[in-house]
Design a protein around this ligand. Structure first.
Ligand SMILES: [Zn+2]
Length: 89
């Protein structure tokens, strides 16, 4: 089973943001204004995950074991499954 990617999308004129499970390349429009939604951030693609932080640089860190980017609020690396070093250590 394939889990859909979640995206944070924004309506340009209002700045309102919503989280959608979207398919890349498909067009999504605001229900009220009919405007095209902009993709603000991609949420972690490795669902299921306990993290809901958007996949944005300021929310990411490098795993000290496998060097992959993982979200800061996770204790265990979603790639290698090992416990990451405490932040600021
Ligand atoms: Zn890792």
């Amino acid at each position: 089973m394939r889990i859909r990617q979640k995206y944070r999308m924004r309506t340009p004129s209002t700045g309102r943001e919503i989280v959608l499970e979207a398919e890349f390349g498909k067009r999504y429009v605001d229900r009220e204004s009919g405007e095209d939604l902009e993709v603000v951030a991609q949420l972690l693609p490795l669902a299921p995950t306990p993290s809901e932080l958007p996949w944005a640089v300021e929310n990411l860190r490098f795993c000290n074991h496998c060097d992959q980017l993982a979200q800061k609020d996770l204790n265990d690396c979603p790639y290698c499954g090992r416990r990451m070093e405490a932040l600021g250590g």
